[in-house]
Design a protein around this ligand. Sequence first.
Ligand SMILES: *[C@@H]1O[C@H](CO)[C@@H](O)[C@H](O)[C@H]1NC(C)=O
Ligand SMILES: *[C@@H]1O[C@H](CO)[C@@H](O)[C@H](O)[C@H]1NC(C)=O
Ligand SMILES: *[C@@H]1O[C@H](CO)[C@@H](O)[C@H](O)[C@H]1NC(C)=O
Ligand SMILES: *[C@@H]1O[C@H](CO)[C@@H](O)[C@H](O)[C@H]1NC(C)=O
Length: 762
Amino acid sequence: MKKRFLGKMMRLTIVMLFMVLHVIAWEPMPEGYELIDGPHAHDNVSIGVWRDKWSNWKEMELKTYRYSPKDRASVYNTKALQWTQTSLLQVFVMMHDRMLFDRKTNQYTVDRFLSTFDLKFDSVLLWPSYPNLGIDTRNQWQLWHSLPGGIHGLKKLVDDFHARGVRVFLPYLPWDTATHDPNPLKSRYQSDIEELYKLFDATGADGVNGDTLFGVPSSFYRATEGKATCPEGGVPTWDLATNPMSWGYYYGFSSFPPVARAKFLEPRHMVQICSRWSLNRGLEFQISHFNGAGYVLWENIWGIWNGMTVREIETLKRTMMINQQFAFAIPSLQWTPHIPDLPKDLHASKFPVEISKLTFYTIICTNNQVYDGPMSLVLDEFLDASNVAVYDLYYGQKLQVVASGRSIQFSVHVEEYGYGALLVVAQGSEPEWLTTFLSTMHNQTKAPLASYDTQRPLLKQKMTSESSAAVVVSVDATSKAEPSNPKVIELLNLVEIAGVDAWNFTVDGVQIEPVPAWTPNGKDYGVGVQFPWEDRPYPHHATELWIEDFYIMKYPVTNAQYQTFLKASGYVPSDLHRFLLHWDHRHVNSTEYAPISSWIVPDSIANQPVVHVSLEDAQAFASYYGLRLPHDWEWQYVASNGLAYTKLPYGNDLDASRHPTIQRNGDSILSDDVDAFSSGCSTSNSICALIGHVWELTDSFCDTRTCSVLVRGGSSYQPVTSSLRDPNWYFPSIASTTKHGKFLTLSASYDRAATIGFRCAL
Ligand SMILES: *[C@@H]1O[C@H](CO)[C@@H](O)[C@H](O)[C@H]1NC(C)=O
Ligand SMILES: *[C@@H]1O[C@H](CO)[C@@H](O)[C@H](O)[C@H]1NC(C)=O
Ligand SMILES: *[C@@H]1O[C@H](CO)[C@@H](O)[C@H](O)[C@H]1NC(C)=O
Ligand SMILES: *[C@@H]1O[C@H](CO)[C@@H](O)[C@H](O)[C@H]1NC(C)=O
């Protein structure tokens, strides 16, 4: 999740002076350590001086860290990992993405997901954890098991991606240290390596993304038998021999275009440039194309859509079509960024491939004017200027060339802020696919990039009181309770709440991102929800509401009440995975569930809030009794005592003795009876167990890609990560009436948490 460099864009950084600190694995690195500033001028002399300086630095750096490109144990010489060197385009996927998973059918839909793009992905990063991790004691590994179909389902998903030529990365989150400990006899770090290994073994995934890591420690590489490791925070030189890939957050340069430091040290290293909250992807595409680096396409950011513009999609498509076709040249050891004496504001890199008698060039234009004019290149020694053919790969055409000595001259056309690519090849050595490729590119680039739309799409959310999933209640309709039936009111202890004409609903989402310092337009791109009266999602909300009279349950629904409902209604969810996981006798044996009617609620928990229920499970209960889930504002109206606007149900000052005891880590969450803390009830209506018992389900929201539910009140489980350096990335806890949590929903099985329950309203 780390993202520290944003907002400091273009700030002068002295890259040379970084300090080498390797105290703990996720020790932050100095700003700018992923980059080498470009030369300040682009004439032959200036670039010569720049290149000498950085070549000397490189020699010293490699010597210092005993790095040898020929080391047979290095990842770049490992056969099984050669694919990483050409793995350019990655897509970041929230597992919650509705294009990847269909909640109605409980199936992954890989084709539907991939067909939403007109791009060829080399790899996918599957992300099930943050920002939900920490909602209960499930650790990052257990969350995989919570997915529909568990690990078998995940393996099938990985297979589906493989069948479409897409490699699969899974994340490792080193900060996850307060959830269930896989093996208390070992260090958490050691256990994590073992768990990761098991996960790779079971799924056949290809690589690990080291979240928050500056270099994935080599122990991971050894433990995972040569799977690819890709640290989020870039790669320090000491991990270069074991990390074939890394992400690049490229900020803090003063001279454009900057050079990828890790690739400069080892051209076979694949850097994938990345920026989650970016509002100008053109800048990233230019750095990526210039360096022959990869790109992480990341549009679904924790459930908020920061989508690409049509122009950005077209740009990425064109540059990746070229670079993926010439991916064989990208790891060239003779890679040379910054070719001297180019026309002003054109910048180029070359990737010579002597064995194929060709050199591939990438070009970018940093001017707001089209460049249409001459260009000359001094050729590599293995090419004979009088006997080469030159192709403009971007426009898909052969160029007229004039040779003089080792130089060639020709004319090029590069769009404003545009992209280009050249192939210089010994005549007769053209690859056989070249003609077809040229005509494809010729067609693709007919319209100028400037003709494509630059409007950034924003996905609007709909508040969906009813779950989008079909609720299967196998029950005779006539046996349903009537709404406002006095028996139901008594049975479920519903209390009438008097409304008010004008009430100020002011509430804050506690989602961690955006952290303003990292996010240039943080105020515009909060990870929040969109209420019906709002024009887009926001993290903070304030409005005046008319509150109608309503009923709400005095306590959250208990296990005993839920069991009564099950017996009366015959409700059977379509997927029993994790349904009422804390009840007894759910299974006949290791593979078969017992009939739900024979599941047992242990006496000790009968009067505790029911948990391990999905939205569907909660809605089935509510609708059976003619009830519904409360709106987010209704919950707050009750908990903050209406016009009294108290911060807590019993007043304004937090009093720990009025709530269940807080748990910071551990395996099982100790719960309390719903009526255990009568001193914690609301003062105006005596509604109880509102704070610190279980998160309570309120309103749900969906855009076309992600759904979420607002949860209220907080639970007694409040994990705290043990790293001193990282923020606490766990699902933030709450002890307040004016804050809500946003839980991203995925499948019934995944959503069923040990800390999420509900109460009903009418
Ligand atoms: C450019 O500089 C290099 C040394 O950095 C030198 O070998 C070469 O001759 C120069 N070329 C021109 C055209 O000045
Ligand atoms: C030509 O380009 C258009 C627009 O990008 C595309 O729809 C079409 O399939 C292309 N045709 C060929 C033959 O590549
Ligand atoms: C709600 O807040 C607004 C702005 O602070 C204020 O003008 C208004 O009077 C408040 N309404 C109520 C009912 O307190
Ligand atoms: C589990 O129980 C079912 C139903 O009684 C039976 O068909 C199945 O063979 C059992 N499986 C195992 C692994 O014992």
